[in-house]
Design a binder for this molecule. Structure first.
Ligand code: GUN
Length: 277
């Protein structure tokens, strides 16, 4: 039976530490949160981010723009927030409506306020080991592994998924921790065999319950980034939890695994953004 890696508990610990730091050091940070349209999942995520801000003592400003907003209007808002001295972090919730160019919007955010770590300058800094904001989900996974006592140095890490938000920065972070890293994707041949090499298997492919025990080495640590609803409308991940749990040594549940860590790391980035202005 695998140990359950409790992302909710670890996230609560990180948030409490941040809250204490904000109080002790008198940090007054402000996060601007922009949502375009009313995608229900985005509304839930944005609500959770604002709630976390309130808990820690970070001021949040909400900008809710209608779906039909012109790209130039959004870019103007981002430019205005870049200039505002009372704003430390800017978050544009993704996905944006199809008539908007996400890359262009991300590039417009000042790297000093890029608390999501999506700007090419932030990604470039990460790739050469220089300081900068790191994408919150992969940063949260590192924090979760470390605080759960999982040793990364020298381990075989296989990442399934190569997105800009998770897979690629995850690979860079695991490399920084001295893991041997393999990144798999939809064109990978013999995915099962490759995944089975992993001491630490990180799954972010966006397919519900895709990873079964045939992909997992006995005793592996399994980290599930996916979030979906199954046929019974129950939340599930990219990993078939019930099938994999008996062979893993540790595994993150969905919900309550990686998800809460993403928000905790966003909060950490917001507190750190204050020091850059
Ligand atoms: N949409 C899904 N995940 C994220 C995230 O981490 N940041 C933003 N801005 N949008 C998202």
């Amino acid at each position: 039976m695998a140990e359950r890696i409790d992302g909710k508990a670890v996230s609560a610990m990180v948030k409490d530490e941040l809250k204490e730091r904000v109080r002790k050091e008198g940090i007054e940070a402000t996060l601007a949160v922009i949502q375009v349209g009313d995608d229900p999942a985005s509304t839930v995520y944005v609500g959770n981010k604002k709630k976390a801000c309130e808990y820690i003592g970070i001021r949040s400003l909400s900008f809710e723009l209608p779906e039909e907003t012109k790209e130039e209007e959004l870019l103007d808002l981002v430019r205005e927030l870049n200039e505002r001295e009372d704003v430390d972090g800017i978050l544009v919730q993704l996905p944006l409506p199809p008539h908007m160019d996400e890359d262009k919007v991300i590039r417009t955010i000042s790297p000093k306020k890029d608390v999501d770590g999506f700007h090419p300058q932030s990604v470039g800094a990460l790739s050469i080991g220089q300081p900068g904001f790191v994408s919150c989900t992969p940063a949260g996974i590192i924090e979760l592994l470390k605080r759960s006592g999982v040793d990364i140095d020298g381990k075989e890490c296989v990442i399934v998924g190569r997105s800009n938000i998770v897979g690629k920065p995850m690979a860079l972070l695991m490399l920084r921790e001295n893991a041997t890293v393999t990144v798999c994707h939809s064109h990978t041949k013999q995915l099962k065999e490759v995944a089975k090499r992993a001491d630490i298997l990180i799954v972010a492919i966006g397919k519900p319950k895709f990873i079964t025990r045939e992909y997992v080495k006995e005793g592996a640590v399994v980290i599930d980034v996916g979030i979906h609803r199954d046929a019974q409308n129950k939340l599930c991940g990219d990993v078939d939890f019930d099938d994999v749990e008996p062979v893993a040594s540790a595994i993150t549940p969905v919900p309550g695994g990686v998800g809460p860590m993403t928000i905790a790391m966003l909060m950490k980035n917001c507190v750190e953004a204050k020091g850059l202005q």
